[in-house]
Design a binder for this molecule. Structure first.
Ligand code: KG4
Ligand code: ZN
Length: 395
Protein backbone atom coordinates (compact mmCIF):
# COMPACT_ATOMS: atom_id res chain seq x y z
CA UNK A 1 0.00 0.00 0.00
CA UNK A 2 1.23 3.48 -0.74
CA UNK A 3 2.41 5.76 2.02
CA UNK A 4 1.78 9.03 0.31
CA UNK A 5 -1.51 10.54 -0.65
CA UNK A 6 -2.45 9.71 -4.25
CA UNK A 7 -2.93 12.79 -6.38
CA UNK A 8 -6.54 11.87 -7.11
CA UNK A 9 -7.53 12.29 -3.48
CA UNK A 10 -9.75 15.30 -3.26
CA UNK A 11 -9.15 17.12 -0.01
CA UNK A 12 -12.35 19.04 0.49
CA UNK A 13 -12.53 22.54 1.75
CA UNK A 14 -12.91 21.95 5.44
CA UNK A 15 -9.59 23.22 6.72
CA UNK A 16 -9.95 23.58 10.46
CA UNK A 17 -9.24 26.97 11.94
CA UNK A 18 -7.35 27.17 15.19
CA UNK A 19 -10.50 27.67 17.19
CA UNK A 20 -12.19 24.50 15.97
CA UNK A 21 -8.95 22.54 16.25
CA UNK A 22 -8.74 23.21 19.92
CA UNK A 23 -12.42 22.32 20.37
CA UNK A 24 -12.84 19.81 23.15
CA UNK A 25 -15.55 17.29 22.64
CA UNK A 26 -15.97 13.80 21.28
CA UNK A 27 -13.79 13.37 18.23
CA UNK A 28 -14.98 10.66 15.92
CA UNK A 29 -13.16 9.38 12.87
CA UNK A 30 -15.69 8.37 10.20
CA UNK A 31 -14.81 5.87 7.47
CA UNK A 32 -16.95 5.36 4.36
CA UNK A 33 -16.30 2.84 1.57
CA UNK A 34 -19.74 1.55 0.57
CA UNK A 35 -19.55 2.31 -3.14
CA UNK A 36 -16.94 4.12 -5.21
CA UNK A 37 -15.64 6.76 -2.83
CA UNK A 38 -13.01 6.08 -0.18
CA UNK A 39 -13.61 8.68 2.50
CA UNK A 40 -12.44 9.58 5.99
CA UNK A 41 -13.36 12.53 8.19
CA UNK A 42 -13.03 13.75 11.76
CA UNK A 43 -16.10 15.40 13.30
CA UNK A 44 -16.40 16.77 16.85
CA UNK A 45 -19.65 16.13 18.74
CA UNK A 46 -21.42 15.23 15.50
CA UNK A 47 -21.38 18.83 14.33
CA UNK A 48 -17.95 20.43 13.84
CA UNK A 49 -16.09 19.10 10.81
CA UNK A 50 -12.33 19.10 11.34
CA UNK A 51 -11.55 17.28 8.10
CA UNK A 52 -13.41 15.62 5.25
CA UNK A 53 -11.33 13.75 2.67
CA UNK A 54 -12.82 11.92 -0.31
CA UNK A 55 -10.94 9.88 -2.92
CA UNK A 56 -13.26 9.43 -5.85
CA UNK A 57 -12.98 6.51 -8.25
CA UNK A 58 -15.03 8.10 -11.02
CA UNK A 59 -12.13 8.07 -13.49
CA UNK A 60 -11.72 4.32 -13.00
CA UNK A 61 -15.38 3.40 -13.53
CA UNK A 62 -16.17 5.98 -16.20
CA UNK A 63 -15.28 3.81 -19.17
CA UNK A 64 -17.68 1.12 -17.98
CA UNK A 65 -20.53 3.61 -17.53
CA UNK A 66 -21.06 2.55 -13.90
CA UNK A 67 -19.34 1.16 -10.83
CA UNK A 68 -17.50 -2.17 -11.31
CA UNK A 69 -17.51 -3.84 -7.85
CA UNK A 70 -14.21 -5.73 -8.22
CA UNK A 71 -12.36 -2.61 -9.32
CA UNK A 72 -13.99 -0.60 -6.53
CA UNK A 73 -12.78 -2.86 -3.71
CA UNK A 74 -9.27 -2.99 -5.14
CA UNK A 75 -9.15 0.79 -5.28
CA UNK A 76 -10.49 1.14 -1.71
CA UNK A 77 -7.59 -1.05 -0.58
CA UNK A 78 -5.15 1.27 -2.31
CA UNK A 79 -6.72 4.44 -0.91
CA UNK A 80 -7.85 3.68 2.63
CA UNK A 81 -4.52 4.21 4.42
CA UNK A 82 -3.56 7.52 2.76
CA UNK A 83 -7.12 8.85 2.99
CA UNK A 84 -7.35 8.21 6.75
CA UNK A 85 -3.89 9.67 7.23
CA UNK A 86 -4.84 12.81 5.33
CA UNK A 87 -8.05 13.18 7.37
CA UNK A 88 -6.05 12.98 10.61
CA UNK A 89 -3.44 15.44 9.33
CA UNK A 90 -6.05 17.95 8.26
CA UNK A 91 -7.78 17.62 11.62
CA UNK A 92 -4.44 18.25 13.34
CA UNK A 93 -4.94 15.20 15.56
CA UNK A 94 -3.07 12.03 16.39
CA UNK A 95 -5.00 8.74 16.24
CA UNK A 96 -4.69 8.40 20.04
CA UNK A 97 -6.68 11.62 20.42
CA UNK A 98 -9.79 10.11 18.84
CA UNK A 99 -12.73 9.06 21.01
CA UNK A 100 -14.26 6.53 18.62
CA UNK A 101 -14.24 5.17 15.09
CA UNK A 102 -17.43 5.05 13.05
CA UNK A 103 -17.63 2.95 9.92
CA UNK A 104 -20.30 2.25 7.30
CA UNK A 105 -21.71 -1.25 7.78
CA UNK A 106 -24.14 -1.14 4.81
CA UNK A 107 -26.01 -0.95 2.55
CA UNK A 108 -23.50 -1.11 -0.29
CA UNK A 109 -21.09 -3.34 -2.19
CA UNK A 110 -19.82 -6.06 0.14
CA UNK A 111 -16.25 -6.06 -1.16
CA UNK A 112 -16.07 -2.28 -0.81
CA UNK A 113 -17.69 -2.17 2.63
CA UNK A 114 -15.31 -4.86 3.89
CA UNK A 115 -12.27 -2.68 3.25
CA UNK A 116 -13.55 0.14 5.47
CA UNK A 117 -14.91 -2.23 8.10
CA UNK A 118 -11.70 -4.26 8.37
CA UNK A 119 -9.62 -1.12 8.58
CA UNK A 120 -11.94 0.49 11.14
CA UNK A 121 -12.07 -2.63 13.27
CA UNK A 122 -8.30 -3.01 13.28
CA UNK A 123 -7.77 0.64 14.13
CA UNK A 124 -10.32 0.54 16.95
CA UNK A 125 -8.74 -2.63 18.42
CA UNK A 126 -5.21 -1.28 18.15
CA UNK A 127 -6.16 2.03 19.77
CA UNK A 128 -8.53 0.52 22.34
CA UNK A 129 -11.31 2.86 21.15
CA UNK A 130 -14.99 2.06 20.60
CA UNK A 131 -16.11 0.99 17.13
CA UNK A 132 -19.49 2.21 15.88
CA UNK A 133 -21.38 0.66 12.96
CA UNK A 134 -23.30 3.16 10.85
CA UNK A 135 -26.06 2.67 8.31
CA UNK A 136 -25.07 4.59 5.16
CA UNK A 137 -28.62 5.93 4.80
CA UNK A 138 -28.56 7.32 8.32
CA UNK A 139 -25.30 8.98 7.30
CA UNK A 140 -27.08 10.76 4.43
CA UNK A 141 -29.73 12.04 6.84
CA UNK A 142 -27.00 13.36 9.14
CA UNK A 143 -25.40 15.18 6.20
CA UNK A 144 -28.44 17.46 6.20
CA UNK A 145 -28.12 17.94 9.99
CA UNK A 146 -24.43 18.79 9.60
CA UNK A 147 -25.25 21.48 7.07
CA UNK A 148 -27.89 22.96 9.36
CA UNK A 149 -25.40 23.00 12.25
CA UNK A 150 -22.93 24.88 10.04
CA UNK A 151 -25.61 27.56 9.69
CA UNK A 152 -26.12 27.53 13.46
CA UNK A 153 -29.54 25.92 13.09
CA UNK A 154 -31.10 22.69 14.33
CA UNK A 155 -33.76 21.22 12.01
CA UNK A 156 -37.10 20.97 13.74
CA UNK A 157 -38.26 17.36 14.15
CA UNK A 158 -40.20 15.43 13.07
CA UNK A 159 -39.01 15.91 9.50
CA UNK A 160 -39.34 14.17 6.17
CA UNK A 161 -36.05 13.19 4.51
CA UNK A 162 -35.60 12.36 0.83
CA UNK A 163 -32.40 10.42 0.14
CA UNK A 164 -31.76 10.52 -3.57
CA UNK A 165 -28.57 9.19 -5.13
CA UNK A 166 -27.24 6.74 -7.71
CA UNK A 167 -28.13 3.82 -5.46
CA UNK A 168 -31.14 5.05 -3.47
CA UNK A 169 -34.37 6.98 -3.77
CA UNK A 170 -36.17 6.68 -0.47
CA UNK A 171 -38.36 8.80 1.80
CA UNK A 172 -38.16 8.63 5.59
CA UNK A 173 -39.92 10.25 8.47
CA UNK A 174 -37.25 11.30 11.00
CA UNK A 175 -38.16 11.75 14.66
CA UNK A 176 -36.35 12.14 17.95
CA UNK A 177 -36.42 8.65 19.48
CA UNK A 178 -38.34 7.86 22.67
CA UNK A 179 -36.04 7.66 25.74
CA UNK A 180 -36.81 3.93 26.05
CA UNK A 181 -35.36 3.29 22.59
CA UNK A 182 -31.81 4.23 23.66
CA UNK A 183 -31.25 5.86 20.27
CA UNK A 184 -30.92 9.43 19.09
CA UNK A 185 -33.38 9.20 16.23
CA UNK A 186 -36.19 7.00 15.01
CA UNK A 187 -36.89 6.43 11.32
CA UNK A 188 -39.94 5.27 9.43
CA UNK A 189 -39.75 4.43 5.75
CA UNK A 190 -42.53 6.17 3.83
CA UNK A 191 -41.74 5.15 0.26
CA UNK A 192 -38.95 4.12 -2.07
CA UNK A 193 -38.18 3.50 -5.71
CA UNK A 194 -39.60 0.31 -7.15
CA UNK A 195 -36.96 0.11 -9.86
CA UNK A 196 -34.16 2.54 -10.71
CA UNK A 197 -32.82 5.17 -8.34
CA UNK A 198 -33.14 8.73 -9.68
CA UNK A 199 -29.35 9.08 -10.07
CA UNK A 200 -29.28 5.79 -11.96
CA UNK A 201 -31.89 7.19 -14.38
CA UNK A 202 -29.67 10.27 -14.90
CA UNK A 203 -26.67 8.04 -15.55
CA UNK A 204 -28.52 5.76 -18.00
CA UNK A 205 -30.12 8.61 -19.96
CA UNK A 206 -26.77 10.37 -20.14
CA UNK A 207 -25.15 7.21 -21.48
CA UNK A 208 -27.77 6.69 -24.18
CA UNK A 209 -27.40 10.32 -25.28
CA UNK A 210 -23.61 10.03 -25.51
CA UNK A 211 -23.06 12.46 -22.64
CA UNK A 212 -20.80 10.37 -20.40
CA UNK A 213 -20.71 9.23 -16.78
CA UNK A 214 -21.82 10.26 -14.24
CA UNK A 215 -24.85 11.77 -15.92
CA UNK A 216 -26.28 14.04 -13.21
CA UNK A 217 -23.86 16.97 -13.31
CA UNK A 218 -23.75 17.27 -17.12
CA UNK A 219 -27.52 16.84 -17.63
CA UNK A 220 -28.12 19.40 -14.87
CA UNK A 221 -26.04 21.99 -16.75
CA UNK A 222 -27.40 21.13 -20.19
CA UNK A 223 -30.97 21.41 -18.92
CA UNK A 224 -30.14 24.86 -17.55
CA UNK A 225 -28.90 25.86 -21.05
CA UNK A 226 -32.15 24.77 -22.66
CA UNK A 227 -34.16 27.88 -21.82
CA UNK A 228 -35.33 28.56 -25.37
CA UNK A 229 -35.15 25.02 -26.72
CA UNK A 230 -38.54 23.68 -27.86
CA UNK A 231 -39.75 20.50 -26.15
CA UNK A 232 -39.36 17.55 -28.57
CA UNK A 233 -41.65 15.51 -26.31
CA UNK A 234 -43.33 15.75 -22.90
CA UNK A 235 -43.20 13.27 -20.06
CA UNK A 236 -46.27 13.13 -17.84
CA UNK A 237 -46.28 12.42 -14.09
CA UNK A 238 -45.34 8.86 -13.18
CA UNK A 239 -48.23 6.84 -11.81
CA UNK A 240 -47.50 4.17 -9.22
CA UNK A 241 -50.16 1.81 -7.97
CA UNK A 242 -50.29 1.12 -4.26
CA UNK A 243 -48.20 3.34 -2.03
CA UNK A 244 -48.47 6.90 -3.45
CA UNK A 245 -45.12 7.76 -1.86
CA UNK A 246 -43.23 5.16 -3.91
CA UNK A 247 -41.13 6.27 -6.89
CA UNK A 248 -40.44 4.73 -10.28
CA UNK A 249 -37.92 5.98 -12.84
CA UNK A 250 -37.36 3.09 -15.21
CA UNK A 251 -40.45 3.95 -17.32
CA UNK A 252 -39.15 7.48 -17.85
CA UNK A 253 -35.72 6.18 -18.84
CA UNK A 254 -37.37 3.79 -21.34
CA UNK A 255 -39.54 6.62 -22.71
CA UNK A 256 -36.37 8.64 -23.43
CA UNK A 257 -34.82 5.58 -25.10
CA UNK A 258 -37.86 5.00 -27.34
CA UNK A 259 -38.08 8.67 -28.24
CA UNK A 260 -34.42 8.68 -29.32
CA UNK A 261 -34.86 5.43 -31.30
CA UNK A 262 -37.90 6.82 -33.11
CA UNK A 263 -36.06 10.00 -34.12
CA UNK A 264 -33.02 9.14 -36.24
CA UNK A 265 -31.91 12.77 -36.28
CA UNK A 266 -30.33 12.25 -32.81
CA UNK A 267 -28.02 9.53 -34.10
CA UNK A 268 -25.31 11.64 -35.69
CA UNK A 269 -24.80 13.99 -32.77
CA UNK A 270 -24.75 11.07 -30.29
CA UNK A 271 -21.94 9.45 -32.33
CA UNK A 272 -20.04 12.74 -32.39
CA UNK A 273 -20.30 13.12 -28.63
CA UNK A 274 -19.29 9.51 -28.07
CA UNK A 275 -16.18 10.11 -30.19
CA UNK A 276 -15.44 13.24 -28.15
CA UNK A 277 -15.83 11.29 -24.89
CA UNK A 278 -13.52 8.58 -26.19
CA UNK A 279 -10.76 11.17 -26.51
CA UNK A 280 -11.27 12.37 -22.94
CA UNK A 281 -13.33 15.47 -23.79
CA UNK A 282 -16.28 15.24 -21.45
CA UNK A 283 -16.62 18.73 -20.05
CA UNK A 284 -19.85 20.66 -20.31
CA UNK A 285 -18.11 23.33 -22.45
CA UNK A 286 -16.98 20.62 -24.88
CA UNK A 287 -20.29 18.76 -25.11
CA UNK A 288 -22.63 21.76 -25.25
CA UNK A 289 -21.58 22.83 -28.79
CA UNK A 290 -22.18 19.22 -29.93
CA UNK A 291 -25.73 19.19 -28.57
CA UNK A 292 -28.63 20.37 -30.74
CA UNK A 293 -31.48 22.37 -29.29
CA UNK A 294 -33.61 19.24 -29.74
CA UNK A 295 -31.28 17.34 -27.41
CA UNK A 296 -31.20 20.22 -24.91
CA UNK A 297 -35.01 20.29 -24.95
CA UNK A 298 -35.14 16.53 -24.38
CA UNK A 299 -32.71 16.74 -21.45
CA UNK A 300 -34.75 19.57 -19.93
CA UNK A 301 -37.99 17.59 -20.25
CA UNK A 302 -36.35 14.52 -18.67
CA UNK A 303 -35.07 16.60 -15.77
CA UNK A 304 -38.41 18.36 -15.35
CA UNK A 305 -40.09 14.96 -14.98
CA UNK A 306 -37.55 13.65 -12.43
CA UNK A 307 -37.58 16.84 -10.37
CA UNK A 308 -41.38 17.14 -10.43
CA UNK A 309 -41.73 13.56 -9.20
CA UNK A 310 -39.15 13.87 -6.42
CA UNK A 311 -40.49 17.20 -5.19
CA UNK A 312 -44.22 16.43 -5.38
CA UNK A 313 -43.99 13.07 -3.60
CA UNK A 314 -41.81 14.58 -0.90
CA UNK A 315 -44.24 17.49 -0.45
CA UNK A 316 -47.08 14.96 -0.16
CA UNK A 317 -45.09 13.03 2.44
CA UNK A 318 -44.57 16.26 4.41
CA UNK A 319 -48.31 16.84 4.35
CA UNK A 320 -49.21 13.27 5.33
CA UNK A 321 -46.76 13.36 8.25
CA UNK A 322 -47.68 16.93 9.13
CA UNK A 323 -44.05 18.07 9.42
CA UNK A 324 -42.52 21.51 9.06
CA UNK A 325 -39.09 20.38 7.94
CA UNK A 326 -37.82 18.70 4.78
CA UNK A 327 -34.31 17.28 4.46
CA UNK A 328 -32.89 16.37 1.03
CA UNK A 329 -29.64 14.40 0.76
CA UNK A 330 -27.61 12.17 -1.61
CA UNK A 331 -25.79 12.88 -4.88
CA UNK A 332 -28.89 14.04 -6.79
CA UNK A 333 -29.57 16.63 -4.04
CA UNK A 334 -26.78 18.59 -5.75
CA UNK A 335 -29.15 19.19 -8.70
CA UNK A 336 -29.74 22.90 -9.18
CA UNK A 337 -33.30 22.60 -10.45
CA UNK A 338 -34.25 20.21 -7.65
CA UNK A 339 -32.95 22.69 -5.08
CA UNK A 340 -34.74 25.63 -6.69
CA UNK A 341 -38.04 23.78 -6.98
CA UNK A 342 -37.90 22.47 -3.42
CA UNK A 343 -37.21 25.96 -2.07
CA UNK A 344 -40.06 27.41 -4.10
CA UNK A 345 -42.59 24.76 -3.05
CA UNK A 346 -41.45 24.68 0.57
CA UNK A 347 -41.59 28.48 0.85
CA UNK A 348 -45.10 28.58 -0.52
CA UNK A 349 -46.18 26.05 2.12
CA UNK A 350 -44.23 27.68 4.97
CA UNK A 351 -41.90 24.68 5.32
CA UNK A 352 -38.19 24.77 5.96
CA UNK A 353 -35.96 22.77 3.58
CA UNK A 354 -32.35 21.77 4.26
CA UNK A 355 -29.83 20.58 1.66
CA UNK A 356 -26.28 19.57 2.47
CA UNK A 357 -23.59 21.44 0.53
CA UNK A 358 -22.54 19.61 -2.64
CA UNK A 359 -19.56 18.08 -0.81
CA UNK A 360 -21.81 16.69 1.92
CA UNK A 361 -24.56 15.59 -0.53
CA UNK A 362 -22.43 13.00 -2.29
CA UNK A 363 -20.86 10.10 -0.40
CA UNK A 364 -18.50 11.31 2.33
CA UNK A 365 -17.32 10.26 5.78
CA UNK A 366 -18.25 13.40 7.75
CA UNK A 367 -21.87 12.24 7.58
CA UNK A 368 -20.78 8.80 8.89
CA UNK A 369 -18.90 10.37 11.81
CA UNK A 370 -21.93 12.57 12.59
CA UNK A 371 -24.30 9.60 12.59
CA UNK A 372 -21.82 7.62 14.71
CA UNK A 373 -21.85 10.36 17.37
CA UNK A 374 -25.52 9.82 18.08
CA UNK A 375 -24.87 6.08 18.62
CA UNK A 376 -21.80 6.92 20.70
CA UNK A 377 -23.93 8.98 23.07
CA UNK A 378 -26.12 5.96 23.66
CA UNK A 379 -23.24 3.52 24.09
CA UNK A 380 -24.22 1.54 21.03
CA UNK A 381 -20.89 0.01 20.11
CA UNK A 382 -20.00 -2.74 17.66
CA UNK A 383 -17.61 -5.58 18.38
CA UNK A 384 -15.09 -7.59 16.39
CA UNK A 385 -17.86 -9.67 14.79
CA UNK A 386 -19.04 -6.64 12.77
CA UNK A 387 -19.53 -7.62 9.15
CA UNK A 388 -20.54 -5.93 5.90
CA UNK A 389 -24.28 -5.91 5.23
CA UNK A 390 -25.09 -5.43 1.54
CA UNK A 391 -28.78 -4.86 2.06
CA UNK A 392 -29.40 -3.01 5.29
CA UNK A 393 -32.73 -1.27 5.76
CA UNK A 394 -32.83 1.72 8.07
CA UNK A 395 -36.38 1.09 9.13
O1 KG4 B 1 -24.55 9.93 -3.41
P1 KG4 B 1 -23.71 9.62 -4.61
O2 KG4 B 1 -22.37 10.29 -4.70
O3 KG4 B 1 -23.40 8.10 -4.71
C1 KG4 B 1 -24.35 7.11 -4.56
O4 KG4 B 1 -24.98 6.78 -5.58
O5 KG4 B 1 -24.52 6.64 -3.41
O6 KG4 B 1 -24.60 9.96 -5.89
C2 KG4 B 1 -24.14 9.81 -7.20
C3 KG4 B 1 -25.30 10.04 -8.14
C4 KG4 B 1 -24.98 9.75 -9.61
O7 KG4 B 1 -26.01 8.95 -10.14
C5 KG4 B 1 -24.95 11.13 -10.25
O8 KG4 B 1 -25.33 11.13 -11.61
C6 KG4 B 1 -25.94 11.88 -9.39
O9 KG4 B 1 -25.73 11.41 -8.08
N1 KG4 B 1 -25.71 13.34 -9.42
C7 KG4 B 1 -26.61 14.23 -9.88
C8 KG4 B 1 -25.99 15.50 -9.81
N2 KG4 B 1 -24.75 15.34 -9.27
C9 KG4 B 1 -24.59 14.01 -9.04
N3 KG4 B 1 -27.85 14.05 -10.38
C10 KG4 B 1 -28.52 15.14 -10.80
N4 KG4 B 1 -27.99 16.39 -10.77
C11 KG4 B 1 -26.75 16.62 -10.29
N5 KG4 B 1 -26.26 17.87 -10.27
ZN1 ZN C 1 -24.74 7.32 -0.69
Amino acid sequence: MENRLPSDVLALNFRPDMETQSTKGKRILGIESSCDETAAAVVVDGRTILSNVVASQIDIHRKYGGVVPELASREHLRQIVPVVREAMEQAGLRLEELDAIGVTQGPGLVGSLLVGITYGKTLAAALGKPLIAVNHLEGHIHAAFLEAHKLGEAPKLPAVCLIVSGGHTVLYEVKAAEPSQNEGFAYRKLGQTRDDAAGEAYDKVSKLLGLGYPGGPILDRLAASAVNAPAPTKFGPTKTRGNPLDFSFSGLKTAVLYHVREHPEYKQEISKREAELATGHRKFEELLPLSSSQTLGLVREFQNAVVRDLVERTMNAAEVCNVETILVSGGVAANSQLRARFRERANSRGLKVYFPSRALSTDNAAMIAAAAYSRFQHGRFADATLNATASMPLA
